[in-house]
Design a binder for this molecule. Structure first.
Ligand code: SAH
Ligand code: SF4
Length: 386
């Protein structure tokens, strides 16, 4: 890695205040920060050279002193129905991460240019195209859930705020209507960001919260706090910290088991943070934020689909008025975790609802492009040392 590059300021790592200080340090007025954010988040600029209303000497200074991008695309896959995309990126230090995009709504799955060509690109159609970016927060993960492809890779390092934000920006740039402007909020291709890619976001607390702040900042990505979801394996202390923090997000808790003996095995962090501690933290989160976590349950046949687990789950969260998201388990390479079939998933949902717990089914999207957590990278890594 060249030393000049290493010394460059990574613009996407900076908070709004940090960006203003940066311009002051270049003897520039602080309002340049707003101009720069406008170019990055509204006009989808991927380089300083495009920022034509910045004086040329400033653009040159920025090109020398700063960098707008650290992710290099290795591969992008699109599912047959066009609704799910998955990108594999190389980081500045050679490690790789993956990001997924899931489109919803009429006209979804068509590239904006195809949408224009199809004649369906009227304001109404575009307004309905919306999508969720699923971002990674770490290279690998230390929690090591045995059913998860990322967990099998072990932990390498935390992602920086900029590396997290750039994953969302990549899809905003790629999928914005021709001209790339996103001034009109209804035409934005990225409406939700979920931290459900590689890594445990709450184990990278500070960087994840910095990224969330810029995703939420009106002059940044401008998403509402309801449009940002952090998914956690259940780090109770950090859930409480999040509840106390000024930042607001939706919280998803990957439960997958409702007794300590099974959860110790499925989500090994449970050995140090047992269910009782996790539930106290969830109640605290609800009390402080007024928001109810969603509980994630990846259903594996013969593993966590028993009537006893269902009963334990009802007892555990029954009083919380919370919602369970049942995930039809992704195909993993391990035969110890056979994904439950459609019928079993439906039966589990109905059994929960008959006990007064609202449940939805999250379909396993993009199986044809290995869109499950960590899977694309695992395949890539089989032929690479990183
Ligand atoms: N580390 C965080 C967020 C990333 S994982 C967490 O665990 O919540 C995002 C979600 O994908 C989690 O609910 C995780 O349990 C789930 N997941 C991982 N591997 C899976 C698989 N093979 N099948 C179904 N869900 C899986
Ligand atoms: Fe880590 Fe989440 Fe995978 Fe568990 S499911 S290993 S916490 S990324």
């Amino acid at each position: 890695m060249g030393s000049v590059k290493a010394d460059r300021i990574q613009i996407l790592d900076l908070s709004y205040a940090g960006l203003k200080e940066f311009f002051v340090s270049l003897a520039e007025p602080a309002f340049r920060a707003d101009q720069l954010l406008g170019w990055i988040y509204r006009k989808n600029a991927a380089s300083f050279s495009e920022m034509t209303d910045l004086p040329l000497p400033l653009r040159e200074k920025l090109n020398f002193a700063a960098s707008l991008s650290t992710l290099a695309l290795i591969e992008e896959r699109v599912s047959r129905d066009g609704l799910t995309r998955k990108a594999l990126f190389r980081l500045g230090d050679g490690y790789s991460i993956e990001t997924a995009y899931m489109a919803y709504g009429r006209g979804a799955g068509l590239h904006p240019e195809l949408l224009e060509a199809s004649g369906k690109a009227d304001e109404t159609t575009s307004a309905r195209v919306r999508g969720t970016v699923c971002v990674s927060s770490q290279v690998g993960c230390a929690i090591k859930c045995p059913f998860c492809a990322t967990g099998q890779q072990g932990f390498t390092r935390n992602l920086t705020p900029g590396e997290i934000i750039e994953q969302a920006l990549y899809y905003q740039r790629l999928l914005s209507p021709a001209g790339g402007k996103t001034d009109n909020g209804t035409r934005r291709p990225v409406n939700n960001v979920v931290f459900m890619g590689m890594g445990e976001p709450l184990a990278n607390y500070d960087n994840v919260v910095s990224a969330v702040e810029m995703l939420n900042f009106p002059r940044g990505m401008g998403l509402s706090t309801r449009q940002i979801t952090i998914s956690t394996s259940g780090l109770a202390r950090e859930i409480r910290r999040l509840a106390d923090d000024a930042v607001r997000v939706e919280l998803a808790v990957s439960l997958h088991a409702a007794t300590d003996d099974l959860r110790d095995f499925l989500v090994p962090v449970n050995r140090t943070v047992p269910l009782a501690d996790l539930m106290i933290a969830c109640r605290y989160f609800i009390m402080k934020t007024g928001r109810r976590p969603t509980f994630e349950w990846a259903l594996f046949r013969g593993v966590n689909d028993s009537p006893a687990q269902l009963e334990a789950l009802v007892n555990l969260i029954g009083g919380l008025n919370a919602h369970v998201n049942i995930i039809a388990g992704n195909k993993t390479s391990s035969k110890d975790f056979p994904p439950a079939g459609e019928k079993q998933v439906k039966a589990f949902k109905e059994a929960l609802e008959s006990r007064g717990i609202f449940a939805t089914i999250r379909g396993a999207r993009g199986q044809d492009i290995d869109a499950g957590c960590g899977q694309l990278r695992s395949r890539f890594c089989a032929s690479s040392d990183r």
